[in-house]
Ligand binder design. Structure first.
Ligand code: HEC
Ligand code: HEC
Length: 370
């Protein structure tokens, strides 16, 4: 892990022109110098996020795969792009993404939302929004033709003579996603002193989660429940990835070919099956779980950790994940009773921020939807 530690310059700790609405105790996230936050960019990004005109065939918006009521996931194991191509990975929640040290399930080089967001817009394999050289001008023209965008683009980028550019589309979308902050779950209220905010079961579940038998807190660490977190108080940044023992195809440690995690990017043998530990905020509404959407319930996930991995006994992926040579030593397995499993589940459910899931500020601004 040492080699991935980088010294960063996080800039001034208190300078921001944006009303983040963070509770006390939560540090400000980073803002890139070339795209500082503004309310006008956030609002433009919100309109674009829910606009299907921003796709090759007019069928897809970001919200097709990222629905607010599901903490911006889509409720499916694997999503489908605008031309029908099924993606290899589960749609991630867009919750406190401003604090992620890396973006997507496993890519150490994607560290800024501005980089990441070009992927769904322009990627050719897999196709998501399907914007190409052949249709990009027509799509931009359809945005120009929308009267609402005249003022939104102008206000968001007042210094530009012609603000209708894809660079600005990406900057605005990044500003919207960066502003999707969720820190008001029942558990947060409990931590702020409301002793009745969560049930006794959830309190017991928290003890288990934070204990050395289950070990969850090492990887799902800190205020965002992920050890891959960055903010303006971060001095040394780590970008960890972990193999939790989901696969061990043929006993070689292999993962399915199209989905090998960090290994896809680095080609280093020991990076096989390593993924970023995702935030667990709003986890109760983001089923199915894991990078391939292969687990239906939180109980199934907890039992998987208790077993110390997943043993697949037949089919092309057969192999005992519990014995994977690349598995993280913190997922060795543990004994747990059924009551304790319910307690851990109750704790995970207390991380739901229902205000975030319904807040008008994050919702679809269009009626009817374009
Ligand atoms: C076809 C479904 C689909 C569409 C459309 C889509 N996404 Fe995603 N999104 C995904 C999937 C799948 C991932 C995980 C990708 C991976 O790990 O390779 C993801 C990941 C992300 C992430 C990274 C989250 C994290 O925790 O690191 C962000 C940010 C994001 N999407 C924003 C957007 C925005 C903005 C749009 C619209 C321009 C968009 N997405 C459109 C499916 C989609
Ligand atoms: C060694 C680090 C590590 C430990 C320990 C760990 N996790 Fe995870 N967790 C991860 C990673 C990495 C993923 C994503 C794995 C994947 O999809 O391949 C994950 C995924 C999850 C998910 C699904 C998230 C989603 O968005 O689909 C849940 C729920 C979860 N963990 C809960 C727990 C609980 C509860 C414990 C303790 C019993 C725990 N984790 C222990 C690293 C860890």
């Amino acid at each position: 892990m040492d080699e991935s530690e980088t010294r960063i310059d996080t800039g001034p700790t208190g300078v921001t022109a944006f009303a983040w609405g963070l509770p006390s105790g939560i540090p400000l996230p980073l803002e890139p110098a070339e795209n500082p936050m503004s309310e006008a960019k956030f609002q433009l990004g919100r309109h674009l996020f829910y606009d299907r005109r921003l796709s090759g065939n007019g069928s897809q918006s970001c919200s097709s795969c990222h629905r607010q009521s599901l903490a911006f996931t889509d409720g499916r194991a694997l999503p489908t792009g605008s031309t029908g191509q099924v993606l290899a990975r589960n749609a991630q929640s867009l919750v406190n993404n401003a604090y992620n040290a890396t973006l997507t399930w496993a890519n150490p080089s994607l560290t800024q939302l501005e980089q990441q967001i070009t992927i769904p817009l322009f990627s050719e394999d897999p196709v998501e929004h399907g914007i190409t050289d052949a249709n990009r001008d027509t799509i931009m023209q359809s945005l120009r033709d929308e009267p609402v965008y005249g003022s939104l683009f102008g206000e968001a980028f007042p210094e530009d003579r012609d603000p209708f550019t894809y660079t600005n589309v990406v900057r605005a979308l990044a500003s919207f996603v960066r502003g999707l902050n969720s820190f008001d779950s029942a558990f947060d209220r409990f931590q702020r002193g409301d002793s009745t905010a969560i049930s006794d079961a959830a309190r017991r579940g928290q003890q288990l989660f934070d204990g050395e038998r289950l070990e969850c807190f090492h990887c799902h660490a800190g205020y965002n429940f992920s050890d891959s977190t960055i903010d303006r108080t971060t001095f040394f940044i780590e970008r960890p990835f972990h193999n939790t023992g989901l696969f061990n195809i043929g006993g070689t440690g292999a993962f399915p070919e199209n989905n090998t995690g960090l290994f896809d990017i680095t080609g280093i043998a020991t990076d096989m099956g390593k993924f970023r530990a995702p935030t667990l905020r709003n986890i109760a509404v983001t089923a199915p779980y894991m990078h391939d959407g292969s687990m239906a319930t939180l109980e199934e996930v907890i039992r998987f950790y208790a077993a110390g991995g997943r043993n697949i006994t037949s089919g092309p992926h057969a192999g005992d994940g519990r014995l994977s040579p690349f598995k993280d030593s913190l997922t060795a397995g543990f004994t747990i009773s059924d009551d304790e499993i319910s307690d851990v589940r109750a704790f995970l459910e207390s991380l739901t921020d229902s205000g975030f899931l319904t807040h008008p500020r994050f919702s679809n601004p269009w009626t009817p939807s374009p």
